[in-house]
Design a protein around this ligand. Structure first.
Ligand SMILES: Cc1cc2nc3c(=O)[nH]c(=O)nc-3n(C[C@H](O)[C@H](O)[C@H](O)COP(=O)(O)O)c2cc1C
Length: 170
């Protein structure tokens, strides 16, 4: 699958086959996430792979819009590590770029994934910190739930010419 095809056909997947994802694929999607651009190339992220059923089942308590995680083989929590930051304040954007890379890589590899928002919602960030034992300077940013897709949403065209402006707001 080429890059543009992946961009245009990726959709959020919230239903998964009862099939495990290999360590090799997990490594591949994380490696793709880690290729994201970041301010001053700080790469200020950490990845927490969650495949323990009990932990997965606890996540919707603090992330109510992530209930699909109960039926997924795994989730990957992308965190910002404040001790790795080089330009203050950019880590959320860096982690968002990593999250999008991870989604696209999953799609290109035949997996399905959905980004469940964590940062900047304090109760979700704090709930995941406690559940997973995150250190104080590691901030939960986005939870990517993934597995083999059991649904195939259609692609749509989101290009809106009226949202494109040239040489100013015109
Ligand atoms: C910052 C962010 C937070 C999101 N949080 C959730 C969430 O908590 N639960 C969920 O099911 N989807 C979540 N999504 C996925 C969006 O609902 C989805 O990307 C959007 O509806 C567009 O659909 P698509 O991904 O299929 O193109 C989130 C996406 C982003 C970027």
């Amino acid at each position: 699958m080429d890059t543009l095809e992946a961009l245009h056909t990726r959709r959020s997947i919230r239903k998964y086959q009862d099939r495990p994802v290999s360590e090799e694929l997990i490594r591949k999607v994380i490696a793709a996430a880690a290729m994201a651009p970041s301010a001053r190339n700080a790469q200020p992220w950490q990845f927490v792979v969650i495949d323990d059923r009990e932990l997965l089942g606890e996540i919707p308590r603090t992330c109510p819009h992530a209930s699909m995680v109960r039926h997924a083989p795994l989730a990957i929590l992308i965190c910002g590590d404040l001790d790795l930051e080089k330009s203050e304040g950019y880590w959320p954007q860096d982690c968002a770029a990593a999250a999008e890379n991870l989604l696209l890589a999953a799609h290109a590899l035949g997996l399905g994934a959905v980004w469940c928002g964590v940062y900047p919602r304090e109760p979700r960030m704090e709930g995941l910190r406690q559940l997973l034992g995150l250190p104080e300077r590691v901030i939960a940013h986005s939870l990517i739930v993934l597995g083999y897709p059991a649904e195939q949403p259609n692609s749509d065209d989101r290009y809106r010419p009226e949202r494109v402006h040239r040489n100013g707001w015109a």
